[in-house]
Write a protein that binds this ligand. Structure first.
Ligand SMILES: *Cc1c(COP(=O)(O)O)cnc(C)c1O
Length: 359
């Protein structure tokens, strides 16, 4: 607290990201980063871009990335908006499309940044509870609203909605913007990009942070009707003309063009996710079916918070959310073969220790 803060700043509740340890010797399965490094072509493009040209401002419209993204996702460049990570894109989209009189609708359990933006902009929201299987009940997103936002696959559950369900949601809510955050879509769900041509109220949010292994580069997208994209441009150009630097433009463009790396990485991550799920089930965990690069799992007897802190002491980070309905779950990101072996070794020690204590 400081007397120099405006009343608004005092009232903010900032988002708390997962722990980023300063040492590299931990097994980091807590923030859904890709366990493998990015495309070599992307790294090479960034090395070449690290030159005297850095004295010049970057292209404010990041045209190269927009063209590469449009090509990769079968859209037109005017249907693509780029920002400094999808978190920034989400912030601009909330500002541009959700500041109406009616509250927006979002699932009670989802990406916890959404209510943070609502508070930042003074947007009212109403939460729709997940069903007993922790799936999003699309049929409950009805009635007058100022907009809808959800993640598909959802975070932190990993559960996905079908394209038919998304289409139904769009049909029933044609008077507000429906925002689908597809941060994890490449790991096992269907993208709603194909619906953009038919639904002028659909905005899709994507990122290079997960399925392109570029969380450190900060590149995110909004995909939608050209009029929605123009609205986002207006907000962006009233905030920061150059959200993407020259290195990010070069790296992101090359990454989007390297579809060979992308396909190979994604199959590898999906195969490792299945190994992770199987290993957890063998240890009696209940594991939700995941379409993402993480799994959401619960042990029938052991306190999740206790298990997370026990693993942490053994150098393994997983994510625990101290929130209603999910406080007995752990969210575990897919790791490399080696990281997952280490995770299971430490988990077994932890299970053994707790077993002895209760015996
Ligand atoms: C990781 C994540 C983001 C943020 O991605 P950045 O592009 O790195 O800002 C957005 N939404 C969801 C659901 C995420 O899990």
């Amino acid at each position: 607290m400081s007397r120099f803060w405006s009343p608004m700043v005092s009232a903010l509740t900032p988002y708390v990201p997962g722990e980023q340890p300063q040492t590299l010797d931990v097994v980091k399965l807590n923030t859904n980063e890709n366990p493998f490094g990015p495309s070599k072509r992307a790294l090479e493009a960034m090395r070449s871009a690290a030159s005297d040209s850095l004295r010049l401002y970057p292209d404010p419209n990041a045209r190269q990335i927009r063209e590469a993204a449009a090509h990769a996702w079968n859209l037109l460049p005017e249907q693509v908006f780029v920002g400094n990570g999808s978190d920034e894109v989400l912030a601009h989209a909330f500002f541009a499309f959700f500041q109406h009189d009616l509250p927006i609708l979002l699932p009670d359990i989802t990406y916890s940044f959404y209510p943070v933006y609502c508070k930042l902009y003074g947007i009212a929201w109403r939460t729709i509870p997940l069903d007993n299987h922790l799936s999003i009940p699309v049929e409950d997103f009805t009635g007058p609203n100022g907009g809808i936002v959800l993640a598909n696959p959802n975070a932190p559950t990993g559960r996905a909605l079908s394209l038919e369900q998304i289409e139904c949601l769009l049909q029933k809510n044609s008077d507000s913007v429906v925002m689908i955050d597809e941060a994890y879509v490449d790991f096992g769900a269907d993208s709603a990009t194909a619906l953009i041509a038919r639904f002028p109220n659909l905005l899709i949010i994507r990122t290079l942070s997960k399925s392109y292994a570029l969380a450190g580069l900060r590149v995110g997208f909004a995909l939608g009707n050209a009029a929605l994209i123009e609205g986002l441009e207006r907000v962006k150009n009233s905030f920061n003309s150059y959200p993407l630097d020259r290195l990010a433009i070069a790296g992101a463009t090359a990454a989007l063009k390297d579809q060979h790396w992308f396909e190979e990485n994604r199959s590898r991550v999906i195969a490792l996710r299945e190994e992770l799920s199987t290993g957890l089930m063998q240890r009696r965990f209940e594991v939700l079916p995941s379409a993402a690069n993480f799994v959401f799992a619960r042990h029938p007897e052991i306190e999740a918070a206790q298990m997370a802190s026990g693993l942490r002491e053994r150098g393994v980070l997983v994510r625990h959310f101290n929130a209603n309905r999910i406080d007995q779950f752990l969210r575990i990101s897919v790791g490399t073969e080696k990281q997952q072996a280490r995770f299971f070794a430490m988990l077994d020690k932890e299970l053994e220790r707790i077993d002895k204590k209760t015996a």
